[in-house]
Design a protein around this ligand. Structure first.
Ligand code: ATP
Length: 266
């Protein structure tokens, strides 16, 4: 199905809702993501950003609404209470990479093994091919020299870069990032954002929950502003910055607006 003559969206979220213990955490969330788009999800702590990502990746089950990937409905959707066969679920999960705040690398495996494990175990890629593909990705993120190292010997920034490499190695249709830099010491944030920027600029479809406003406004094509579980505003960075001073998104951005406007004019 097409929307206004454009191509079918890669990801389509329709009227998603989720409550915890009777309290609405996601309320009537709808948006589309086209292939190659980088979408930023911003909003105050507790506005529902992580829960939304977790619903997309089927770590959380929405109460109502639909999520379609390439036109195919994913996961178990509330309302219908319909379970998808495990084999289909595995395929759908593999299509969406996820990078978490905490890197969760396997401590007893080398960097190379961490990156190649998914393709071998889940996708059935032959060992040698998975290893050479993993090395290409490690080169790209500047960590080829660490291929034989164990995660504990790496800095937090390097570990997060490896976890991004691990997601990329699965060749997903899109990658979800859940505050990937918020567990890092400030001096390590830039190297992770540089890898994400490189991915974004090379056409990777990405949904990024972030408190890094500079990254959101410099790199994302569109930004969704969540407030109390609803998409309270959304648009291009320029459109959001052009909202009137009293608007909710401007209220959220506060003093950061001036810095972001300067980026836009640079
Ligand atoms: N498993 C859960 N059980 C009960 N409440 C939950 C659960 N997960 C999230 N919540 C609540 O849902 C609300 C939204 O949480 P969520 O983590 O999605 O927000 P967020 O916007 O990602 O916040 P932050 O920026 O702090 O990570 C919060 O009030 C949170 O306490």
């Amino acid at each position: 199905m097409t929307d206004g003559g454009g191509p079918r969206p890669l990801l389509s979220v329709e009227r998603l809702g989720k409550s915890f213990h009777g309290r609405r955490v996601l309320d009537d969330i709808s948006f589309d993501v086209r292939a190659g788009e980088v979408i930023g999800l911003i909003g105050r702590s507790g506005s529902g950003k992580s829960t939304l990502l977790r619903c997309l990746n089927m770590l959380e089950r929405p109460d109502v609404g639909r999520i379609r990937l390439d036109g195919e409905e994913i996961g178990f959707q509330g309302g219908q209470r319909r379970a998808v066969p495990a084999r289909v679920l595995a395929r759908q999960r593999a299509a969406m990479g996820m990078v978490f705040q905490h890197f969760n690398l396997w401590p007893h495996r080398t960097v190379l093994q961490n990156v190649m494990e998914g393709p071998v175990a889940v996708l059935g890629v032959p060992h040698a091919e998975a290893a050479s593909r993993a090395m290409v990705i490690l080169e790209r993120i500047g960590l080829a020299a660490k291929a034989g190292s164990y995660p504990v010997t790496l800095s937090g920034g390097q570990q997060q870069r490896v976890s991004i490499a691990r997601a990329v190695a699965m060749q997903p249709r899109l990658i979800l990032f859940d505050e990937p830099t918020s567990a890092l010491d400030p001096e390590l944030v830039a190297e992770v954002l540089a890898v994400m920027t490189d991915l974004a600029r090379s056409g990777t479809t990405m949904l990024v929950v972030t408190h890094e406003m500079r990254f959101a406004f410099e790199v994302c094509h569109r930004i969704l502003y969540l407030d109390q579980g609803r998409v309270a505003d959304g648009g291009t960075p320029a459109a959001l910055l052009a909202r009137p001073a009293g608007s909710p998104v401007r209220g959220f951005l506060g003093a950061a607006v001036r810095m972001l406007e300067d980026i836009g004019h640079a």
